[in-house]
Design a protein around this ligand. Structure first.
Ligand code: ZN
Length: 305
């Protein structure tokens, strides 16, 4: 039963951002990510929902954004996910540092669990990280980890270990607080979660430059249903399954305040356009297709970078 519920790690991370054009240039030109879907926020179709990932749009590589141009900045603090880290081969980390700094993104280097970490911000202040890993290649090709910042790590850790199959992988105290590291077995992208805690932490405030939610992978509907039942029997309030066109999702707020989603791997981003043209044109789910003309006229401008 436990085995059936083990996630393979992070599916995607979704952030609230400002004007879409600088974000798009940063994600594609600076970070070398591919836009794998150009659509709208299904719950607020007047707003873009932009997906960036590897060339195939695989789970564990997907960073998504809800752009709200001109909206107020949020605040990093406890009660939300505070950073997304991409895995970058150790041999090219220095090149990436220079590239970020050349593009106007100051970089701070530190050590975490023995690995070099580069911390920087996207154009709207969203904290992002590169973590040096073994391997070849020259680009950030997927997530290394996500940091959750909470007041009390224990209840958050319990959900992750008892329901999602995470295992404790160490603790470390650094300048930003104490990290409890959890991981799931396997070699997928994004198998690590850090739960960060420190005394007198500010409370997070949602807004531009903050992470809205973190989505975990479910291999199929049955596994998602099994997770849903386990969460409900542990007393969590979980939404019914919602069709997100590229995956099917359930949502709940974990005890530390972070919004969690469980998203199915299928059907994936090629359900409505071939892999060769992912992200090439505005895609709308059937319930919003009748709005296309109005949306094309009203969505904030977004040209290919
Ligand atoms: Zn999501």
């Amino acid at each position: 039963m436990q085995e059936a519920r083990a996630t393979a790690g992070i599916h995607h991370v979704t952030a609230i951002t400002g004007a879409p054009q600088p974000l798009h240039a940063f994600m594609t030109r600076t970070l070398g990510q591919r836009m794998v879907k150009r659509t709208v926020n299904f719950d607020d179709p007047g707003t873009w929902h932009l997906y960036y990932g590897d060339a195939q749009g695989r789970p564990g590589t997907i960073m998504t954004h809800f752009p709200y141009p001109g909206a107020a900045a949020g605040r990093q603090g406890s009660g939300q996910a505070s950073a997304v880290a991409y895995a970058v081969p150790r041999g090219v980390l220095g090149d990436w540092r220079r590239r970020l700094e050349t593009d106007g993104h100051p970089v701070r280097a530190s050590e975490r669990f023995g690995d070099t970490v580069l911390s920087f911000e996207d154009p709207h202040g969203q904290p992002m990280e590169f973590v040096a890993v073994d391997g070849t290649g020259n680009a950030p090709g997927g997530f290394h980890s996500v940091t959750l910042w909470v007041d009390d790590p224990e209840p958050t850790a319990r959900v992750l270990t008892e329901t999602f199959g995470y295992e404790a992988a160490g603790t470390e105290t650094g300048t930003d607080g104490t990290r409890l590291r959890l991981s799931v077995p396997g070699d997928a992208h994004g198998v690590i979660l850090d739960i960060l805690h420190r005394d007198d932490a500010p409370r997070a405030r949602p807004g531009v430059g903050t992470i809205h939610h973190v989505a975990f992978r479910a291999s199929d509907d049955d596994m998602q249903q099994s997770i849903r039942e386990a969460l409900q029997s542990a007393g969590h309030r979980v939404t019914p399954q919602i069709d997100r066109q590229y995956f099917r999702s359930i949502y709940f707020r974990e005890p530390g305040g972070v919004l969690f989603e469980v998203a199915t791997d299928p059907p994936g981003f090629t359900v409505d356009e071939p892999e060769t043209s992912l992200g090439g044109s505005l895609k709308l789910p059937p319930q919003h297709e009748h709005l296309r003309e109005r949306l094309v006229a009203s969505l904030p401008p977004l040209e290919p970078a």
